[in-house]
Design a protein around this ligand. Structure first.
Ligand code: BGC
Length: 268
């Protein structure tokens, strides 16, 4: 079954139809810049434009770069504060005319990576971290997501971690790969000390460039691997969240899910 996946980021909005059984895009993805300022209405219009470009009328999964609970956006570190407390699911459904499932971007990317990518078959505690405009996190225990973790905002050297170690921080502060990897390693060692994961997956745009920085991450107690779906993980995970896993009927929002029913709680 194909579902439209849309990944709203602080810099760009990407979309493509996804074969959710295989975790692959079935058409070339389209990317448009995130409007600035990133007020809800222009962002919703940009999303609607992508839906029109694909001529889509089926279900859609959409990611948001902040906490999402029951379709309401609760944080928006890299978008406009007008998103705080907004019924964003309702706004996006009105703008697109589609039935929308909305979830955190890193949670979506993690769901895709744990099902089809670097985390497939991994038991225990797995942490996916996405490095882009911010740092997103998705925490799994035996494949089950704990939604809306925000480990990109722990404090390191008196600063929000994502301000020091995101991909944007690397570019904005003009850091070489070694210098940036030093910051990432310091960050990862804090997170590893808090969570003792058995695997850390590095996602986001930098996952394509792992040959440039992975070799510097030598002092960590945890195995660190690059994501394999790269920047498409958010699109794939968004689409996956919009349909129940095979063999499972759609549950009413808020219903508890069995282990392995990977549609994250907090989505609607
Ligand atoms: C947000 C997270 C998001 C991450 C990546 C952070 O600033 O707080 O919710 O997952 O950026 O977009």
């Amino acid at each position: 079954m194909d579902v439209l996946g849309i990944d709203i980021g602080g810099t760009g909005i990407k979309a493509a139809p996804v074969d959710v059984a295989k975790g692959v895009l079935t058409a070339e993805r389209i990317k448009v810049p995130t409007p600035h300022p990133a007020h809800p209405e222009p962002v919703a219009e940009a999303v609607a434009g992508l839906v029109t470009q694909f001529g889509w009328s089926g279900p859609a999964g959409i990611t948001f770069p902040g906490v999402v609970i029951d379709g309401v956006t609760r944080t928006a570190a890299n978008l406009d504060p007008a998103w705080l407390g907004l019924d964003a699911k309702a706004l996006l459904e009105k703008a697109t005319g589609l039935s929308v499932t909305l979830l955190n971007d890193a949670d979506a990317a993690g769901v895709a990576e744990v099902r089809f990518g670097a985390g497939a078959g991994q038991r225990g505690t797995v942490l996916m971290l996405t490095f882009g405009t911010g740092i997103g996190s998705a925490l799994f225990t035996d494949g089950v997501l704990v939604p809306n973790t925000e480990f990109g905002h722990i404090e390191i050297r008196g600063k929000d971690a994502e301000k020091r170690a995101s991909e944007r921080a690397r570019v904005d502060h003009d850091l070489g790969w070694g210098a940036w990897a030093g910051r990432v390693e310091e960050y990862l060692s804090h997170v590893a000390a808090l969570l003792s994961p058995s695997l850390i997956i590095i996602g986001g745009g930098v996952s394509r460039k792992s040959d440039k920085f992975l070799r510097y991450l030598t002092g960590l107690p945890t195995r660190v691997v690059p994501a394999t779906l790269h920047n498409n993980a958010g699109i794939v995970g968004a689409a996956m969240a919009a349909v129940p896993p095979p063999g499972q009927a759609r549950r009413s929002p808020g219903a508890s899910r069995a282990r392995g029913a990977r549609r994250p709680a907090g989505t609607s």
